[in-house]
Design a binder for this molecule. Structure first.
Ligand code: 5GP
Ligand code: MN
Length: 339
């Protein structure tokens, strides 16, 4: 972080702090938020972590999760009060205020000092301090970096280490994606030294499926996964009825898009699913094909080169048609992505 000295001075006296993450937070967004919140609480600040929406049950074990204020449209006041009263606001694992809807407007109205900690491409420049690095595999890595640069490694206890390790592990797909750098392993090793237990965290995140979720996966793989070899592309479309049939909970669709990408020869995979708040798309790619650009250009989204998301106001069928109609223009790029 540029101006780390100035930042250190600002947080040297007790402040009212809000830490915000992206909607439907994943282990990186939530883990980073909880780790930073725990660190700042230790240093005497009064901290309110806020999530714009609910999140999967399999993240409820993350230490400090019970302190998260989940924003509710019908009851915005608690979040609004905390944001209006804050001296310092952190935005973690997202980088445009429009991504957090009403909460973003509250942040704009606030006079607090704003800090962005993020690793997504093309940030909006709204923050007074930034720890922004698109080559970092996870926001967790960047929260670790900030604590380290403050000279505060000794404050990383087991709870903080577990939260950060969870973010690091999941945003690298279990240390498998192309973002798994030497730095990732260095930070992971530090977190293990501070008490994070890899096998325990891996079990809590990856091996706590409900039977319904596994059945949903079986259904998706058996009946919904489509492959288009001529475009090196696969897709899965899930209607809310499909999800209801399997009593689907928030988070149950997470990871499904990766199965599409695991098909030999596939360089882009998309999951299009219907949620209460509209159609959500998840994109993954291997190699050169840039799904951040694709999601940004056509589906009001963004993310990383090989993992991005977006949305659509069209119907499920129209969204699929829009996606399929785009493929011929990208045929060459998709078919040579893995070269
Ligand atoms: P996922 O497909 O797992 O929801 O998201 C993949 C990546 O894209 C994550 O890093 C996530 O933060 C980002 N992402 C997901 N949806 C959106 C979106 O609507 N807008 C932007 N800018 N990024 C998104
Ligand atoms: Mn992340």
């Amino acid at each position: 972080m540029k101006d780390i000295g100035k930042f250190k001075e600002i947080i040297s006296k007790p402040l009212k702090v809000v830490v915000l993450m992206h909607p439907k937070p994943d282990a990186d967004a939530l883990g980073s938020t909880l780790a930073l919140s725990a660190y700042l609480t230790k240093k005497g600040h009064s901290v309110t972590p806020i999530s714009p929406t609910d999140y999967p049950n399999f993240l409820n074990w993350l230490p400090g999760n019970e302190k998260v204020l989940v924003f509710q449209k019908e009851r915005p006041q608690p979040a609004e009060t905390a944001i209006a009263a804050a001296d310092l606001i952190f935005c973690l694992d997202f980088n445009t205020l429009s991504r957090i809807f009403e909460l973003g407007e509250m942040v704009v109205r606030s006079n607090a000092i704003k800090v962005l900690i993020d690793h997504h491409l093309e940030p909006e420049r709204f923050a007074d301090f930034e720890e922004w690095n698109p080559t970092a595999a996870s926001t967790a890595e960047l929260v670790y970096q900030v604590i380290h640069d403050l000279g505060e490694d000794a404050a990383i206890d087991q709870d903080i280490a577990e939260c950060l390790y969870a973010g690091l592990m999941t945003d690298t797909g279990g240390f498998r994606h192309s973002n798994t750098s030497q730095k990732v392993f260095r930070v992971a090793a530090e977190l293990v030294a501070h008490g994070a237990e890899p096998a325990k965290i891996s079990k809590l995140i990856y091996d706590t499926n409900t039977l319904e979720r596994l059945r949903l996966m079986g259904f998706v793989l058996g009946e919904k996964l489509q492959v288009l070899p001529e475009f090196s592309t696969s897709y899965i479309v899930l209607a809310s009825d499909d999800l209801r049939k399997f009593s689907s909970q928030t988070g149950d669709t997470e990871g499904l898009v990766n199965y599409g990408l695991s098909v030999k020869g596939v360089s882009m995979s998309v999951l299009i699913h219907q949620r209460k708040d509209g159609i959500k798309l998840s994109f993954r790619s291997f190699g050169k094909f840039n799904v951040n650009t694709f999601a940004r250009k056509y589906f009001e989204g963004g993310g990383h080169k090989n993992a991005a998301g977006g949305q659509s106001d069209l119907t499920l069928e129209e969204t699929l048609k829009k996606f399929l109609d785009l493929l011929p223009a990208y045929k060459e790029e998709l078919n040579t992505s893995l070269d």
